[in-house]
Each structure stands twice: as C-alpha cells, then as structure tokens.
Design a protein around this ligand. Structure first.
Ligand code: DON
Length: 302
C-alpha cells in the first residue's frame, strides 16, 4: 500500500468537515487553537512513519494521556479493576451522574472520574504519575523535548471545579489513596502534555505490538494489551464510542485538544489532529480522516 497517498487522500477528504466543529474553550488556554489546523500520521510496526498536513505540530494531548496512564498502571501487574470499571458510560466525559449510584467506582478509566482514579494509582506506584507518562512518551517517540505545557496545566487547574468535584466525591467513598490536590496536579500535568501526531503515533505503537515497546522490552502482557485495546474501542471516545467504532472500526482515544490516537493491532497506529470538536468532545476532522483512511484501506479490526 502507498501509505503516503492514502494519508493524503484521507486528509483531503476530511478537510471540509473542519468548519462544522468548535474548539474547546472550557479550558481557556485551549481556546486559542486554530480550527483549521489539521494533521494525520501513521506509524507501522515495521518502523515506517508517514504524515500529512500539520502532523509535526504540537498540540495538547488531553485525554489521550489516559491511555498511557492506564497502560503504565497495569504495567506493574497490580490490578486496578476493583477501583474502576470497564463499561461504556453513555454519558459525557466529565459527567458526575453515575458516581453516586455506583459508590464512587467510575464506569471506565477514560472518563475523567476513571482517569483520576488511575492517576491516583499510578502516583502511588511511581511517586510521579505525570513524570512516568512524560518519560514513556519521550522514550517511545524519540522526542526528548516533549513536555507539559505549564500554561495549559495552570488553566485547567484554575477552571477545574468539575474535576475537583469528581475527585472529592470519589475520595468520599475511600477510592483515592493520595490527597485530592496531589492527584489533580498530576492529572492536569499529564493532560497538558504537548505532542505531535508523529510523537503520539510512535508512542502508541506498543498497543499495535501486543505490549512490546520500541526497544523490544515488554510493558504490557499480550492479554493486557488486548484488554486496553478493547476498553479503548468501547470507551475511548465516550458517548460517541458506538459511532466511532461504526465509522472507524479501531480502538481509539480522543482528547479535547483535538487529537485521536487509533490502534491497528499487529499493523500500526494512526494519529489525527484537528482542534474543532463535535458535541461529544471528539475532533470532527480527526474522526472524518480516520473514517476515510480505514474505509479506503480496510485497516480495521473488523
Ligand atoms: O479534565 C479535562 O476535562 C481535560 N483535561 C481532558 C478532557 C478530554 O480530553 C476529554 N476528551 N475528549
């Protein structure tokens, strides 16, 4: 397959939908993003990397970080599943409604409530949850300059009333091991990491390699890599996960910075970025580009 040509076609086909989305501004520092920015990258398990458009521009990875916090928390072999579920929520990513009925056990690790619990776990395990995510991303992408955007992290903290409410509510059920402020600090710091489509496509390859890192060492067991991909497919794009599976047919994780990282197990990864979002918080351009690429190439788990 001519990867570069297929990426170009998908990028071109998706471009018209960019005008239909809106840049997230509930975190004010994200509101300045250019809604016409648009990139698409592909990395293969054989070591090929291709990209089109703004694929090397850095953007706020936001909830894409939750894929890495989950993987790193599971990497230690310690279970997290007694503290967070693995069912789709059918509610927005920052919803509070299920937490009380479900006694402070978030529905899955990718909604904000679930990611707060996983960040808490990773903080207990490593002493530096955001640092663990940053170091993993740097190593796998080969980009030592990759880092948290401190202005975005501060903006999130300043406007983080909803996340603080979620975290305190979870703590009231005894489902946090560390102080709320510490957990939220690490949560904002990993969400506010800035990386490019290229960086993220490379960093996600361990899920396409069934748990193996770029240097051949194992970060996840084959079973856990399968499980993370399964939860990505069912929960990675929130209450639009059904639509994403229908259109793209791949495990994927979105972020309100406009990125989506998708995994093609055994073959590679795709990362698309366009800051204009739909109402579920997923990038309209990224979903359309991934849809166009997988429809044209048959790169899907189905
Ligand atoms: O906590 C938040 O709201 C953001 N740091 C992350 C949300 C997000 O990316 C949801 N993704 N679509």
């Amino acid at each position: 397959m001519d990867y570069q040509l297929e990426l170009q076609r998908a990028h071109e086909a998706a471009r018209p939908v960019l005008a239909t989305g809106r840049v997230a501004d509930y975190i004010p520092a994200l509101g300045a993003a250019d809604p016409r920015a648009f990139g698409l990258a592909l990395a293969t398990v054989d070591g090929e990397v291709h990209g089109v458009g703004d694929w090397e521009a850095r953007f706020s990875i936001q909830s894409i970080s939750k894929l890495f916090t989950l993987a790193l928390a599971l990497a230690t072999g310690e279970p997290v599943w007694h503290r967070v579920g693995r069912e789709p929520s059918g509610t927005p990513f920052n919803s509070l409604v299920q937490l009380e009925a479900e006694h402070g056990i978030p529905r899955n690790p990718f909604i904000n409530a679930g990611a707060v619990v996983v960040t808490d776990r990773l903080l207990s395990l490593t002493g530096d949850a955001a640092g663990a995510v940053r170091e993993f991303l740097r190593a796998e992408s080969g980009n030592p300059a990759l880092d948290t955007d401190l202005a975005v992290a501060a903006s999130e903290a300043e406007h983080g009333h909803r996340n603080a409410a979620l975290a305190h509510f979870i703590a009231s059920y005894g489902n946090l091991e560390n102080p709320v402020e510490a957990v939220l600090g690490h949560y904002y710091a990993h969400c506010a990491i800035a990386a490019s489509c290229r960086d993220l496509a490379l960093a996600g390859l361990f899920l396409a390699r069934h748990g193996l890192r770029g240097d051949g060492s194992r970060v996840l067991s084959r079973s856990d890599a399968k499980r993370v991909n399964a939860v990505l497919l069912t929960c990675g794009t929130y209450d639009a996960a059904g639509e994403f599976a229908y259109r793209v047919g791949l495990p994927g994780k979105s972020g309100v910075g406009g990125g989506i990282l998708a995994v093609v197990p055994g073959r590679g990864t795709l990362c698309a970025w366009g800051p204009a979002l739909d109402r579920a918080g997923n990038s309209v351009g990224a979903v359309a580009a991934l849809d166009a690429f997988t429809t044209a190439t048959g790169w899907s788990v189905f």
